[in-house]
Design a protein around this ligand. Structure first.
Ligand code: RP5
Length: 349
């Protein structure tokens, strides 16, 4: 048996999967992919070596409602960048759909490859063929041998424009408030390593105190650069309003995040054993003009303050949060006054 992790879907954080859609097994979904209601994407059949071949959905693809994408054991499915698979279509492996293709309502594509830019209109059956690039498959066609495929005419400009429009409209859904769940996190707390967690608990506890919805991730600018990239580019479309990024040593995480998104990024430099955190501080704070990172103090104080700073930014548009922040300050004030009173009672002022 191979590595069990390869059987888990790997989905870019910039993509949207509707809660009613089902994604099972060795499925890789790239950036900015929209998967609509009731779509099923399964890669679960094992071959003779007990391995599961992948279903790969490249960036900017849209998979509409009730689409089924599945593969026979040992075969793969690939949907190329910028393609659309429309309502109730079935793409069954082995199958390769090229880039910027369109597969229409209720069409079935099985054991076939479809060249870049080809448009398959509605209720067509494409089986056991290779369709060259930029062909047009009319609605209701049966394309079952290479002779059928050779007879296909070129895709017209109108069809290409239609496919582009469908793609653009569906990708817009990624940013639509209709698909933003009201319980989605507003703040992302990202740290470069699990070893940062002990300090970053200060941040997380403070966000919990203010009841601010947040998510916590471990993403490294150096060790998982691709994940850092897809996380930062997708944060805005997922409704994240502020990223808090903590890292130590040569701490690029906050800067990398800030370079890939326009939402505010707060950097927390971690204390280090070699240089006490000065290394982290300078790496986080010394951003060249143009890409700002709001930097807090090194270590625990900085972790706590990053949360408070994030809360104060959110409070600009949230009266309840603003009141909580005022009360938090008042409580701190009372605590210090109490300390002073106690001291004065021991040593008369
Ligand atoms: C950075 O390197 C992390 O943010 C952490 O502060 C530091 C050390 O990481 P580990 O070696 O403990 O994983 O990337």
């Amino acid at each position: 048996m191979g590595d069990k992790n390869i059987y888990k879907p790997l989905i870019s954080s910039s993509s949207y999967i509707h809660p009613s859609a089902v994604v099972i097994g060795n499925v890789k979904i790239g950036a900015n992919v929209f998967v609509g209601p009731n779509a099923v994407i399964r890669s679960d059949e094992t071959d003779e070596d007990n391995l599961v071949s992948p279903v790969v959905i490249e960036d900017d693809v849209n998979i509409q409602d009730n689409v089924v994408i599945h593969a026979l054991a040992g075969s793969t499915v690939k949907i190329g960048k910028g393609s659309s698979v429309s309502h109730s279509a079935i793409v069954h492996g082995p199958c390769e759909i090229g880039r910027e293709c369109f597969i229409g309502f209720g069409s079935v594509v099985f054991k076939s490859s479809v060249g870049d830019g080809t448009v398959v209109m509605h209720k067509a059956l494409v089986e056991n063929v290779m369709i060259p690039e930029k062909r047009s498959v009319p609605s209701g066609s049966l394309i079952k041998c290479d002779e059928d495929a050779v007879m296909l005419g070129p895709v017209t400009e109108d069809l290409t424009a239609f496919a582009r429009k469908v793609r653009q409209n569906n990708l817009k859904l990624l940013n639509s408030p209709i698909y933003h769940r009201s319980d989605s996190p507003e703040i992302a707390v990202v740290m470069g390593s699990k070893s940062d967690m002990d300090v970053m608990k200060e941040c997380i506890n403070t966000l919990n105190h203010f009841d601010v919805r947040h998510e916590v991730r471990i993403i490294s600018a150096h060790r998982t650069p691709e994940r850092a990239h897809s996380f930062a580019t997708g944060a805005n479309s997922r409704g994240i309003k502020i990223i808090i990024a903590a890292a130590g040593k040569s701490a690029h995480l906050a800067g990398v995040m800030a370079s890939l998104t326009t939402i505010p990024v707060l950097g927390v430099p971690m204390q280090t054993s070699d240089l006490g955190g000065l290394d982290s501080l300078l790496s986080v704070v010394q951003m060249p003009g143009g890409i700002p990172v709001g930097t807090t103090a090194i270590g625990r104080a900085g972790a706590k303050n990053s949360a408070l700073l994030a809360v104060s930014i959110l409070a600009l548009a949230d009266k309840t949060l603003s009141e909580r922040l005022v009360n938090y300050r008042k409580a701190m004030q009372h605590e210090v006054e109490k300390m002073d009173d106690e001291l004065c009672s021991l040593i008369p002022c």
